[in-house]
Design a protein around this ligand. Structure first.
Ligand code: N01
Length: 560
């Protein structure tokens, strides 16, 4: 049992030999670090974190591409559970850059003395539930096996790289990189002819930075995208002071908002105001920058006509910024409502197309035919390249979970249970997989929310649930098919009440990965509402879950 368990006197009988643990957590990003801290230091459990990278950071450990920066504002993209951490850490810019986020997570890991309980370079390839022993057996690539009562995944929603299988890809004689698997030593673009495929949030961040040093950058765009200027910059001392003095208020706002950001969505509707006032509101939001643009009106994601007003405003900005009319048209011909795909924010994205060394290829008109030894060939031309950058996104939400090789009761692989798409209860559990918790799993708000807020809520809920089980001598928790079916219906209803499903090619639907079942994966009912549902579930004795073991309610009653 860990020293913390002995000193705080709430050890729950953890195993202490070999690779036997009370809980195994996968991933040392925001989730894994906090989950380890709560289970080890609050509950006194023996915990091991298995992390495939060589350091903490999770998604941010891998996503080191040029321009990588978070779209959430710094003062909200951090843990709020610990006042000392909040007071000691200082962000430098309005949005944190990737290296700063990794520094922050190292700071937290060191402060809470977490690293000793994390095994780095541990790539999990199998996780099997042993029903007789009621333990999970988790195996790494090197054959090392860990067993634990609780199996918790903190693998991130956007960490399984999607590298499209374009014919000829492996014949390319130059270098190619996926943005989510970026070399730690960086890539020197100086004097190189670079081709970038993809114009999502990642691609839009990378273009202006790559363009600064490349001899030429050709951007291959399949779906044109909206983007709003981030208006990034150094944080003033006044702002930093304000953020530290108002942590309670900021936390309250983030918890009250539907997407976990430190601002609320306005109550007014688009047609509550006249045309001139609306344009002024959009103009101010554009000047202010960032994801707050989406919060200007309550009904932007609910009413197509309302959404059109924002879409038209943003398209007109593209036409204003981009000098070449044909390029502007290709960038502004957007086929989906604003924010139905995750809206990117940028620093000089559209401006980059005014440089002589940047050009755009419209893949809708001239699709890629193949990658050749020397570049990319479309139906119209061949582009000679030294480097190809795949900013092509992720097998989101399910990819990293399925890669763990999870097998539940009666030998049921998760891949089979999810053959027709992911099904969970609350995004937290899958029937047939007892004592397994999927932090920010499909069916939870996760990617529709400022991630640390979603993560803190899940991690705390799971820690409370495990504490309840340990205190009451409960061996197993497992959701039911019925609870899962009800939740899946609710997730679908929540998505269908919005315009989100109208972007038929969105990764929210799994549509970006060929062959992936198309199911709207995140919960669109809002983070605040989701939090209260989870709280109610717990308050009602964990409604929708079945406990078993000596201390389970059914057995307690029987013994009376
Ligand atoms: O990935 P994406 P991303 N041929 O899937 C194109 C988060 N994030 O890495 O739209 C040609 O959005 C694809 O085209 P299409 C954020 O949640 C956060 O940019 O499928 N093109 C699209 O243009 C974000 O939403 C931050 O037609 C192909 C692009 O590649 C999520 O991560 C920063 C193709 C992929 O866009 C994912 O963003 C960055 C093919 N075969 C990301 N396959 C911060 O907060 C794909 N594409 C900082």
């Amino acid at each position: 049992m860990s020293e913390a368990a002995i000193t705080n006197g709430i050890g729950y009988g953890g195993q202490s030999t070999g690779n036997q643990y009370d809980a195994v957590i996968i991933g040392a990003g925001f989730t894994g670090l906090y989950q380890l801290h709560l289970l080890r230091d609050r509950l006194g459990l023996k915990v091991r974190v298995l992390e495939r990278g060589d350091g903490v950071g999770g998604t941010w450990y891998w996503n080191r591409y040029p321009g990588a920066r978070c779209d959430s504002e710094s003062h909200s993209y951090c843990y709020y559970f610990n006042d000392e951490i909040l007071q000691e850490w200082e962000w430098s810019e309005r949005y944190p850059q990737q290296p700063e986020i990794v520094r922050y997570l190292n700071f937290v890991a060191d402060k809470l003395v977490l690293k000793d309980d994390i095994q780095f370079g541990a790539n999990v390839t199998a996780a099997r539930y042993d029903e007789a022993a009621n333990r999970w057996q988790v195996e790494t690539e090197t054959g090392e096996v860990f067993t634990a009562k609780y199996f918790i995944t903190g693998v991130g929603c956007l960490s399984s790289a999607n590298v499209p299988d374009i014919p000829g890809r492996d014949s390319f004689k130059g270098d190619w990189y996926h943005t989510g698997q970026w070399p730690h030593e960086g890539v020197d673009f100086t004097g190189k002819r670079v081709g970038q495929i993809g114009t999502g949030s990642t691609g839009i961040q990378a273009v202006p930075v790559i363009a600064e040093t490349a001899a030429h950058l050709t951007v291959f765009q399949r779906t044109a995208n909206y983007s709003i200027p981030a208006q990034n910059g150094p944080l003033s001392d006044d702002f930093k002071r304000w953020a530290k003095e108002n942590t309670d208020e900021i936390r309250k706002t983030m918890h009250a908002s539907s997407n976990g950001h430190p601002f609320l969505i306005a109550d007014r509707k688009v047609f509550d105001v006249g045309e001139a006032e609306r344009q002024e509101i959009y103009e101010k939001a554009w000047e202010f920058g960032g994801l707050r643009f989406r919060a200007t009106f309550h009904d932007l994601l609910l009413d197509k006509a309302a959404n059109d007003t924002a879409a038209d405003f943003l398209k007109s900005k593209i036409r204003e910024i981009v000098e070449d009319p044909q390029t502007a048209e290709t960038l502004a011909t957007i086929d989906h409502p604003f924010a139905t795909k995750r809206p990117p924010i940028d620093t000089g994205y559209f401006e980059a197309y005014n440089r002589d060394n940047v050009s755009l290829v419209d893949l809708r008109k001239t699709p890629i035919v193949e990658i050749t030894e020397t570049g990319i060939r479309t139906t119209d031309a061949e582009y000679d390249l030294d480097i190809i950058v795949f900013a092509t996104g992720f097998d989101a939400m399910t990819g990293s979970l399925l890669k763990l090789g999870i097998v539940g009761r009666e030998g049921m692989p998760l891949s089979k249970a999810w053959e027709a798409g992911p099904r969970t209860y609350l995004g937290l559990q899958v029937a047939g997989f007892p004592n397994m918790f999927t932090i920010t799993g499909p069916g939870s708000p996760s990617v529709l929310c400022n991630m640390p807020v979603a993560i803190e809520q899940h991690v705390e809920w799971v820690a409370d649930c495990i504490e309840h089980m340990e205190k009451n001598g409960i061996d197993r928790i497992e959701t039911t098919e019925e609870a899962m079916a009800g939740w899946v219906d609710h997730v679908n209803d929540a998505a269908n009440a919005t315009l989100l499903p109208q972007a038929g090619h969105s990764w929210y639907l799994g549509a970006n990965v060929p062959g992936k079942p198309q199911v709207f994966m995140p919960y669109a009912g809002g983070m605040a509402r989701y939090r209260s549902i989870c709280d109610e579930v717990a308050a009602e004795g964990y409604r929708g879950f079945v406990f078993s073991g000596a201390g389970a309610p059914s057995n307690r009653q029987a013994a009376q």
